[in-house]
Design a protein around this ligand. Structure first.
Ligand code: PLP
Length: 521
């Protein structure tokens, strides 16, 4: 392709992207293809001679788009949202147009300097303490690929700090702390590093947040057994339920174990800190007081295209001490003088994408107010959905909603129960048979709900969820909260409006009724 062919193909690409967004609402949210569809459609080797780009671009439309799940669809409520704005798309385009691995300041000064500046902007947007700013020259922020990478990096750095402070401690004594509700990133870090992970217990009464006393007991037990917990991965806004660990209780306990690192995973909920009214529930004060590091994914609910996982640390020398390897070929005048950031020493990889460009575009285009408006608007839409659920006799909230996440399940009202509750299909022996927990709801109408056993309710909800999954026009994901199978609805796609919340509720009601009918209710 020459430069003029690129110009033509580029204009067409932008036109087609616009068409994609104009027609997005009419597409199925979930891809309807069967596994292996693409292998059947593509040759099994690359072409011997180069092909015309128009044909390639047409094949993207014909073969790839049908195999995409449309995360930007207004009825996408699964997992957590992933940001995508036109500014972000353009940022990606410009960034890739100069193909720049920016690992050292001198490898492209703008890549490093823009990242250092926008990470400070983002820290200010969220109200993080000035200690985390790059401008402090003590702490600082770096953009990573994902929250899992951020956590893994942090665990490596915390281990290094711990072993420097206590060289007598052997690697076999080390333990990572997280909770039963921590994202898989906790266990993944342990798996990668070969370090045991202890998942501390939380309860539904505590809304799935870790309490100070639980941490204290675990620390005392493990220390007495000769183990050395060196990092606590706390979460603000867990994936399953939006649970928040009680950082203000955990902090004083941690203070008794000075080498214990506190990493705050606020991958999803952290962006809500942009709005002052959510800072208390998201424990900003405690994050600022006790966090050694904090991670917020702006590529989730923060309007920025994947990837843009922001990691701040209180002390950059911890990162550099753990990760700096500088062979001769990487030495530079400014790096040697220590007058610049060399971001290769702030993450596990080496080369890095110029992610700060899209982030800069997004933050400038929206401004603080635009960003806040977006967060508030999505929370308002979730509130609308919650009001609809509460007005229904079919659904119950499993736990109090948090920000833009609702966790609920189908609970048929007692009045609609068949004479014998043994008539519905029995749950799979291996599914939830031993789940004993009573259903947790935040409503006061439990007495009106069906006296079904937990395994029956779980089986009913699995059947209900299977029906919802079969629908092309919505996407939600399921979870298990300490034995309770439930359904999550997370709002955040930029094109979702109130009418989509109503449509989601209507569709769920329709499928709930159909499930009950199928089960002879
Ligand atoms: N932490 C929380 C609370 C999450 O909800 C998720 C993903 O949903 C992650 C971490 C993982 O994010 P990433 O894909 O960036 O590793």
């Amino acid at each position: 392709m020459d430069i003029e062919q690129f110009r033509k193909a580029g204009y067409q690409a932008i036109d087609r992207i616009c068409e994609y967004y104009y027609s997005l609402q009419d597409k199925p949210v979930q891809s309807q293809v069967e596994p292996g569809y693409l292998r059947k459609a593509l040759p099994d080797a690359p072409p011997d001679v180069g092909e015309d780009f128009q044909e390639i671009a047409d094949d993207y439309q014909k073969l790839i788009i049908p195999g995409l799940t449309h995360w930007q669809h207004p009825s996408f409520f699964a997992y957590f949202p992933t940001g995508c704005t036109y500014e972000g798309i353009l940022g990606e385009l410009y960034a890739t147009s100069t193909a720049n691995p920016g690992f050292n300041w001198s490898a492209s000064p703008a890549c490093t300097e823009l990242e250092a500046v926008v990470m400070d902007w983002a820290a200010k947007l969220l109200g993080l303490d000035a200690a985390f700013y790059n401008a402090s020259e003590v702490g600082g922020g770096v953009i990573q690929t994902s929250a899992s990478d951020s956590a893994l990096t942090t665990v490596v750095v915390a281990r290094s700090r711990y072993q420097r402070a206590s060289p007598e401690v052997s690697t076999q004594q080390l333990v990572i702390y997280c909770t039963t509700q921590t994202h898989s990133l906790g266990k993944k870090a342990g798996l990668v590093l070969g370090i045991p992970v202890r998942a501390l217990e939380v309860t539904s009464e505590d809304r799935y947040g870790l309490r100070g006393e639980t941490l204290r007991r675990a620390l005392e037990e493990d220390t007495a057994r000769g183990l050395r917990p060196f990092i606590l991965i706390a979460t603000v806004g867990t994936t399953s339920s939006g649970g928040v660990d009680y950082l203000e209780e955990l902090g004083p306990v941690v203070a008794e174990y000075p080498s214990l690192w506190v990493h705050v995973d606020a991958a999803w909920a952290g962006v809500a800190l942009a709005c002052p009214e959510f800072r208390e529930t998201c424990q900003l004060e405690a994050i600022n007081k006790y966090g050694d590091s904090v991670c917020v994914n702006f590529h989730k609910w923060g309007l920025t295209n994947f990837d843009n996982s922001c990691l701040w640390v209180r002390d950059r020398t911890d990162l550099i001490n753990a990760l700096d390897i500088t062979p001769e070929f990487l030495r530079t005048k400014h790096g040697d003088a220590g007058t610049v950031i060399d971001y290769r020493n702030w993450h596990l990889g080496f080369g890095r994408r110029f992610r700060s460009l899209k982030f800069w575009f997004v933050l400038r285009s929206h401004g603080v107010q635009g960003f806040q408006d977006y967060i508030r608007r999505t929370i308002r839409m979730n509130d609308k959905f919650i009001a609809l659920l509460r007005s229904s006799l079919l659904f119950k909230l499993v736990t109090a909603p948090f920000l833009a996440l609702t966790v609920f399940r189908l609970v048929p009202p007692a009045s609609s129960l068949p004479l014998s509750v043994s008539s519905p299909p029995q749950p799979d022996a291996d599914s939830d048979a031993d789940a004993e927990t009573e259903i947790e709801t935040e409503t006061e109408t439990d007495s009106a709900t069906a006296p079904l056993s937990e395994p029956q309710l779980n089986a009913l909800n699995r059947a209900f969820y299977a029906r919802v999954c079969a629908r092309p026009d919505i996407m939600l994901t399921q979870t298990d909260l300490l034995g309770t199978f439930c359904i999550r609805l997370a709002v955040g796609a930029a094109r979702t409006s109130e009418k989509h919340m109503q449509a989601a509720f209507d569709l769920l009601t329709e499928e709930a009724q159909a499930t009950l009918k199928e089960w002879d209710w």
